[in-house]
Design a binder for this molecule. Structure first.
Ligand code: ADP
Ligand code: MG
Length: 243
């Protein structure tokens, strides 16, 4: 008997006008899985994440999370249900402090209820500390370096205590040692049982991290399976060459 999937993406189609960004994509993500999502620019990766997080409604198909159909559920409710994502382009509140940015995330996930101001601060600090951002709690977000911003984005996603964390190119623009730092954080979250979907162009990071990799091209799945298998797939290589 196989376990029930945490997330079931069933025949999801998304159109923008006449353009088909996702063409009947189906995949099950298992509880605790480390899942890599790759594909050339414009292949539909972020659109799929938007459909999962609730930022976009698919035109067809369904998204089922923990056995519950969330296809029509608004984004904030999905966050509360345990789906969190970090953005490809960080969207901090730049004039707020790092700690305040996390407070907003707590509020969005309704996790601040019943917590006193001090308890909220303690909770936020515990997340920032494990990200290595404790010393930056009172810094204004606009003063952060690129890697610090990426970590704050992950911290904001983690503040919502997700079951599923979706990381959309959290490593773009980072040095290789910074990539390793972010990778270590994601491994640590995974060790706590959080299911992770990682979208990444940095192939060695995807390869190291993922138990399974799926490659999209022009909104369709071209390969899914073990990382090396997918990298060796001729259609995957062609998709990247064509891009
Ligand atoms: P990826 O994340 O794989 O680079 P995206 O999911 O961002 O790709 O985009 C897939 C395709 O859908 C691209 O051709 C993109 O231009 C198009 N697209 C994405 N969002 C929109 C939108 N809001 N309106 C129109 N076209 C869009
Ligand atoms: Mg993208």
């Amino acid at each position: 008997m196989t376990a029930a999937p945490l997330l079931r993406i069933a025949s999801v189609t998304k159109r923008f006008g006449g353009f088909i960004a996702l063409d009947s994509v189906s995949v099950d993500i298992m509880p605790g899985e480390r899942f890599g999502l790759i594909g050339p620019n414009g292949s539909g990766k972020t659109t799929l994440i938007h459909c999962i997080s609730g930022a976009l409604r698919p035109n067809g198909g369904s998204i089922v999370f923990e056995g519950r159909d969330v296809t029509a559920m608004p984004a904030f409710k999905r966050t509360r249900a345990g789906i969190a994502r970090s953005f490809q382009i960080p969207r901090p509140f730049r004039s707020m402090s790092v700690a305040e940015n996390l407070m907003v995330a707590l509020d969005f996930a309704s996790l601040n209820h019943g917590l006193s101001g001090n308890q909220q601060r303690d909770y936020v600090m515990s997340i920032l500390d494990r990200m290595g951002l404790g010393a930056k709690a009172d810094a204004i977000a606009s003063s952060l370096s690129q890697v610090e911003l990426r970590k704050m984005e992950l911290a904001r996603a983690m503040a919502a205590k997700p079951k599923l964390l979706i990381s959309d190119e959290a490593m773009a623009g980072l040095s290789s040692s910074e990539v390793d730092e972010v990778l270590d954080l994601l491994f640590a979250f995974s060790n706590e049982g959080i299911t992770i979907i990682m979208i990444e162009h940095i192939m060695h990071a995807v390869m190291r991290f993922s138990q399974r990799v799926m490659c999209l091209d022009t909104g369709k799945i071209v390969a899914i399976g073990a990382p090396q298998e997918v990298m060796d797939n001729k259609r995957v290589q062609e998709a990247y060459l064509g891009a």
